[in-house]
Design a protein around this ligand. Structure first.
Ligand SMILES: Cc1ncc(COP(=O)(O)O)c(C=O)c1O
Length: 438
């Protein structure tokens, strides 16, 4: 007898007794096929990771070809797809003379970025500054880095040398500013102040998400260049957690590139879109300067599957697929159109307090109880029952939307058809009217 999945698998971020999700058996483009035969339009790229859609033929072919040639070789030995992918990432990011450390996903990329940054700073236990309301993964150090109220009681950030500062959340500015540009600058100042309080000689790095995150915060344009400037002034490495924001999600290969050279971090971490999620792979990309600092020292880190050839072959195919489909540019133009459509919805639905993002195919809708006072519908990070009902109904009608607290996160695969996107927006419009009548 075949067991039901809910009876034998532990599912992440779920109450096991309540888990009741459908089984996916296939997919194509932005659509998933369920075991019951239904098709679902995926408006979140699953975990904001399937940027190339589902079962992209180029990825499937590359994995098959690599599997026939060589499935695995340890990181102690060389592997052709590994060096090719490292070179391609250094090329796309302009990290000339840098190096790439491959991991299996985002959390271990962030863990290793912190280790490498500390080593390169010559501060093996140096302080790390991260942000409240951020997410960097669910391993212990990544949880300590994350400003996540759900797991705050499970880990003591200071025991890991991690210090948090308020985020550049312009809609509810923690620094009391009603001006977006000023809020971004104050958030960068808060990082600088914390470095100064701790003493720059004690601080190894700052790690933050440069643009989108599932926390729904999209930093004002003033934030990242100011943060880069203040950290450089103090000789503290800046790590961009690009796990979600890279590979077109924010309209660039890497979100910091929107700010040009003035936004270049010292290290960046990647995962998710790196292989379009076809295989698990993460990476830490080091600048020339960081790489040079550790070049003649032992690197005390490793993973059995560092730079797994199958995953690296998928990464190379993913980069080719982004380029062939002009998907970075496509994300930028569809993202701008999506943001404009969300602003129209905001005119019609008073429950929409704020709409943000749209640098690429990533837009956030924040729902409020009162637009004037900006009172949240439910205390963060709870999801209001009416929003849960909206999402359930959308799923029943064949569209999957991601939510977090009072937020609806729109992050479809970059290959989504314009008609599909329009259908999803129209459905959202109808469901907002039904579940949040005014
Ligand atoms: C910004 C960011 N960093 C890190 C992670 C963790 O990545 P992973 O789940 O691959 O460990 C995530 C995952 O959602 C993320 O969004």
């Amino acid at each position: 007898m075949v067991m039901a999945e809910r009876d034998c698998v532990l599912h992440s971020w779920s109450v096991q007794a309540d888990w009741d999700a459908p089984t996916v058996v296939g997919g194509e483009g932005a659509r998933l096929r369920l075991a019951d035969g239904r098709q679902i339009l995926d408006m979140s790229s699953l975990a904001e990771c399937s940027n190339l859609g589902h079962q992209h033929p180029r990825l499937v072919a590359a994995i098959r070809e690599q599997a026939q040639r060589l499935c695995f070789v340890t990181n102690a030995w060389g592997a052709t797809p590994r060096v090719e992918l490292a070179q391609a990432l250094l090329d796309r990011s302009g990290f000339e003379g840098g190096r790439v450390f491959f991991t299996l996903g985002g959390a271990d990329a962030n863990e290793n970025a912190v280790k490498i940054a500390r080593q390169a700073a010559g501060k093996p236990r140096g302080a790390i500054i991260a942000r409240d309301r951020s997410y960097h993964g669910a391993s212990h150090l990544a949880m300590a880095l994350s400003g996540d109220t759900r797991t705050r009681a499970l880990v003591d950030p200071e025991a890991f040398g991690v210090h948090h500062v308020p985020p550049p959340y312009a809609y509810r500015c923690p620094f009391g500013s009603s001006d977006e540009t000023q809020c971004g600058e104050r958030a960068a100042d808060a990082v600088a102040d914390r470095i100064d309080e701790l003493g720059a000689e004690q601080v190894a790095a700052v790690i933050v998400e440069p643009n989108a995150g599932t926390n729904g915060i999209v930093a004002p344009d003033s934030y990242w260049p100011a943060l880069r400037h203040r950290t450089a002034q103090r000789g503290v490495w800046l790590i961009a957690d690009e796990v979600m924001s890279a590979f077109g999600r924010c309209g660039q290969w890497f979100a910091w590139q929107r700010h040009g050279e003035a936004g270049r971090p010292d290290l960046m971490t990647l995962a998710k879109g790196l292989t379009g999620a076809a295989l698990p792979l993460g990476a830490v990309v080091l600048s020339r300067e960081v790489a040079a600092r550790i070049e003649h020292e032992m690197l005390y880190t490793g993973l059995t599957y560092c730079g797994h050839p199958l995953a690296c072959a998928a990464g190379l195919a993913a980069l080719a697929a982004y380029e062939e489909g002009d998907l970075i540019e496509r994300s930028r133009s569809l993202g701008a159109a999506l943001l404009a459509q969300m602003r129209q919805l905001q005119h019609r639905h008073p429950v929409i307090g704020d709409v943000r993002g749209g640098h690429g195919l990533f837009a956030v809708i924040e729902l409020v109880a009162d637009r004037e006072t900006r009172a949240p519908l439910a205390p963060w990070p709870q999801t209001p029952p009416a929003l849960k009902a909206l999402v359930d109904e959308a799923m029943a009608q064949g569209v999957s939307f991601a939510t977090r607290g009072n937020l609806i996160l729109l992050a479809p695969p970059l290959v989504i058809g314009e008609g599909e996107l329009a259908d999803a927006v129209a459905l959202l419009d109808r469901l907002l009217a039904r579940f949040f009548p005014h």
